[in-house]
Design a protein around this ligand. Structure first.
Ligand code: CIR
Length: 254
């Protein structure tokens, strides 16, 4: 969670047509733009140099740059997003990564979304989901091995979009998680803080250097984190939540 750099992409006006599992109405474009700008400011305030990519009208969900790639200080992996409308985002992010990283690998088979990948200090957890299949997860384990990283394939609870919709690493050995994900036993080697009932979406938080970015509409989670000594920065996620997104999805960080 110590990051010097991040890549984000401005939302296109097509973002209002982003994928969603349940239609709770279109997000407002101005609202998404405001949430995205505040997010960039929060990353910069946390000490991160942010590269802002131009919007891609043809890809409504391309604001969620975390899904088509994985980045580490030692290199990057271009993934194959599992939603048909998002697969083309990989070719859009690849040249950016080739410019920023010396080593860029390509996922060679199957499908995998970055939203299903949780990097912890000793290993990387890859959650199988509707977007990340066994073939993609195995190809990703192989690619990560070439970058010198150990990875493990785990399950994502049914009905959860991405593994990281339900968890985030909040320090070197602690995850913030929903009860349903923690109960699956995937975090046996980590400490776990469970988000309060009714605030499940707050688990998609983001530790960046000294602060934890948390959805502003989850006050009980913010209180719990503060009580545990974390410095919380609340950010509005009301509009992006309408297209099933949270704080980790909107940047690539290293
Ligand atoms: C999608 O369904 O792909 C987008 N509407 C939301 C992606 C959110 N990304 C993430 O959880 N990593």
């Amino acid at each position: 969670y110590a990051f010097d750099n991040a890549i984000v992409r401005r939302p296109a006006s097509s973002v209002v047509n982003g994928l969603r599992a349940v239609d709770q109405g279109e997000p407002s474009l101005a609202g998404v733009e405001a949430e995205h700008s505040a997010y960039i400011q929060a990353l910069e305030a946390a000490g991160v140099a942010v590269e802002v990519l131009p919007p891609l009208e043809a890809f409504p969900d391309s604001i969620f740059v975390e899904d088509p790639a994985l980045v580490f200080p030692e290199g990057a992996v271009v993934l194959r997003p599992g939603a048909e409308s998002r697969l083309g985002e990989a070719a859009e992010i690849a040249p950016v990564l080739r410019r920023r990283f010396e080593r860029v690998l390509d996922l060679e088979a199957g499908y995998a979304d970055g939203g299903d990948v949780l990097t912890t200090p000793d290993r990387i957890l890859i959650g199988l989901s509707a977007r990340t299949d066994q073939t993609g997860a195995e190809a990703l384990v192989a690619a990560l091995g070439r970058l010198g990283r150990k990875a493990e394939i785990v399950a994502t609870p049914a009905g959860v979009l991405h593994f990281k919709s339900d968890c985030s690493l909040i320090d070197g050995d602690t995850v913030l998680s929903t009860a349903r994900l923690a109960e699956s036993g995937v975090f046996d080697r980590l400490g776990v803080l469970i988000v309060p009932e009714g605030e499940e979406a707050a688990a998609n938080a983001l530790r960046v250097n000294d602060v934890v970015l948390v959805g502003a509409n989850y006050p009980r989670t913010a209180d719990m984190l503060a009580r545990h000594g974390y410095t919380v920065v609340p950010l509005s996620v009301i509009e992006i939540a309408k297209i099933d997104a949270g704080l980790s999805c909107m940047s690539l960080r290293w």
